[in-house]
Design a protein. Structure first.
Length: 126
């Protein structure tokens, strides 16, 4: 099997970052209480659907964000270390579900793969 060119890896990286960014801003625009799990799953599914490089990008950026949020949640939101750790573990598990479902080949798209996290109020366009 031929290896991906550096240009293809770069393109996949850029597209995966765009998937993560778009879903972040969609989540902010949608502003549905308890809707963030859906958008986390969907972002990771879409980035991973790009290929191995997209999956790596989703995992690295997702882990970096959750590591940042661990401290942010304690300092700015007043969560205890235990609560912040629980939130971090939960978000990482949701991200992993999105990546695993993308690789499974079972789902047609991110919306279908992540519907278990969809809560009432999320706009149908997402």
């Amino acid at each position: 099997m031929p290896r991906k060119s550096k240009l293809n890896k770069l393109k996949e990286t850029i597209l995966a970052v765009q998937d993560l960014n778009r879903n972040y801003w969609d989540m902010k625009r949608d502003n549905t209480v308890k809707g963030d799990d859906y958008f986390h799953c969907k972002a990771n599914y879409e980035a991973t659907s790009r290929g191995v490089t997209g999956e790596r990008v989703a995992k690295k950026l997702g882990n970096a964000k959750e590591n940042f949020d661990y401290y942010y949640n304690q300092i700015w939101k007043g969560l205890s270390k235990k609560a912040a750790l629980k939130d971090k573990a939960h978000d990482k598990a949701v991200n992993k579900t999105g990546r695993q479902r993308a690789k499974s080949g079972v789902y047609r798209n991110a919306k279908d793969a992540c519907k278990l996290y969809r809560v009432r109020g999320i706009n149908d366009k997402y």
